[in-house]
Design a protein around this ligand. Structure first.
Ligand SMILES: [Zn+2]
Length: 95
């Protein structure tokens, strides 16, 4: 973090406040907490934990799946479709 996150003013390592706007620079502990929060919000484990912690797990799972589906591109959908068809074809030939 070499710039102030509020005004973008370049910081030197010895300063604890921004010279331009007076904003305090984040401490290491704050940065780690921020990183952990980001990890929890974006990793698979974080999503899984969110579903487990929700009072209504089924509803939480549906909401997560809906969010996942909304984030997929057409190409990703096509890839999933091809994989599904391929597995389906394999299962059919075995049966
Ligand atoms: Zn600043």
């Amino acid at each position: 973090m070499n710039n102030c996150r509020v005004c973008g003013h370049e910081r030197s390592t010895s300063e604890i406040r921004c010279l331009e706007c007076g904003e305090f620079y984040p401490t290491i502990a704050e940065l780690i907490a921020e990183e952990e929060a980001y990890e929890a919000a974006h990793s698979f484990r974080g999503h899984y934990q969110k579903i487990l912690d929700a009072p209504d797990r089924k509803q939480a799972l549906l909401a997560e799946l809906k969010q996942f589906a909304a984030g997929l591109s057409t190409r990703a959908w096509f890839t999933l479709f091809v994989i599904f068809v391929f597995v389906f074809a394999l299962v059919i030939t075995v049966l």
